[in-house]
Design a protein around this ligand. Structure first.
Ligand SMILES: NC(=O)c1ccc[n+]([C@@H]2O[C@H](COP(=O)([O-])OP(=O)(O)OC[C@H]3O[C@@H](n4cnc5c(N)ncnc54)[C@H](OP(=O)(O)O)[C@@H]3O)[C@@H](O)[C@H]2O)c1
Length: 259
């Protein structure tokens, strides 16, 4: 399958690093300014370099705000019966149809740990997408980690608010946790190892367990002990719950604005 990838920055690059070694796919990537070198991938700077060529799949990996300006130049490179795959947050199928006409369109919402094969992605396909195209995209996304198909397009914007933007929340939580450890007297290196080790261990334990998250929390919380004291400060009044609801709601609202 011939794939044209338009843009290849942080997210596109993370996925390409998982996709490039798939012998079933041959990639041409357009990046106007940055250096990109991925074994077996053809890199071009402008549409002039691909004049007259057509591709079975067009992957959109530029910022949502650039799509209306940039994508019309590439729309005629989609082969008949090809599929458009967009990872742009928010940008709706209806907006993409204005640029491509009535085509098979799949929206994917990957997240950054895809770079190490530990991503969690969402995907949604319009009715024109064939079973074979769906299967090809599923195989690509599984190379980057887990995949959740959603039935309605709105589900993709909700995946964005939870998983697409999620690593940003996790990095910020980890950063402030490290800051708190520094405040308690640890060096940067000690604080980072203690915090990231605790988070990674707890998350992996939860992922492997059948117990509810509340039960896992209770298992490390003794009556009137240190964890209980910490948890009371963290979420005793429900502040953390309110904050995380506001966080995901704000991201979802922004995705809706970008439609
Ligand atoms: N970052 C995330 O965690 C994440 C998660 C899920 C979805 N997404 C989505 O992924 C998309 C890309 O985000 P990103 O974070 O990867 O952005 P990014 O790092 O800024 O990458 C943007 C890419 O677009 C390219 N580009 C800019 N102008 C172009 C043009 N005229 N023609 C072709 N390519 C052009 C850039 O190339 P040059 O560097 O050469 O200018 C760069 O490769 C966005 O739509 C975003 O919503 C991102």
């Amino acid at each position: 399958m011939r794939v044209l990838m338009i843009g290849c920055g942080k997210m596109g690059g993370a996925l390409l690093s998982r996709w490039a070694s798939d012998d079933a796919l041959s990639f041409t990537v357009i990046v106007p300014n940055s250096e990109l070198s991925e074994p077996g991938v053809r890199v071009e700077r402008s549409p002039d370099a691909i004049a007259g060529e057509s591709f079975d799949m067009l992957v959109i990996a530029i910022k949502p705000q650039m799509i209306a300006g940039v994508i019309p130049t590439y729309a005629n490179h989609l082969a008949e019966g090809g599929v458009v795959v967009s990872m742009a947050a928010g940008t709706s199928c209806a907006s993409l149809e204005k640029l491509f006409g009535e085509q098979a369109i799949v929206r994917i919402m990957p997240n950054m740990p895809s770079a190490i094969g530990k991503g969690v992605s969402g995907a949604w396909a319009n009715a024109r997408t064939s079973t074979e195209q769906r299967a090809a995209i599923e195989a690509m996304m599984l190379r980057a980690g887990e995949l959740v198909w959603v039935d309605a397009e709105d589900g993709l914007d909700r995946v964005t608010a939870i998983a697409g933007s999620g690593p940003g929340y996790v990095f910020e939580i980890a950063r402030t946790y490290v800051e708190a450890a520094r405040e308690l007297g640890f060096s940067e290196d000690q604080a980072r190892r203690l915090v990231l080790g605790t988070m990674a261990g707890a998350v992996e334990m939860a992922a492997r367990s059948d117990q509810s998250l509340a039960d896992l929390r209770n298992a490390v919380t003794s009556k009137a002990g240190t964890t209980e004291a910490g948890l009371n400060a963290l979420n005793g009044g429900g502040d953390l719950s309110t904050l995380l609801q506001a966080t995901t709601r704000a991201a979802y609202t922004r995705a809706v604005e970008l439609r």
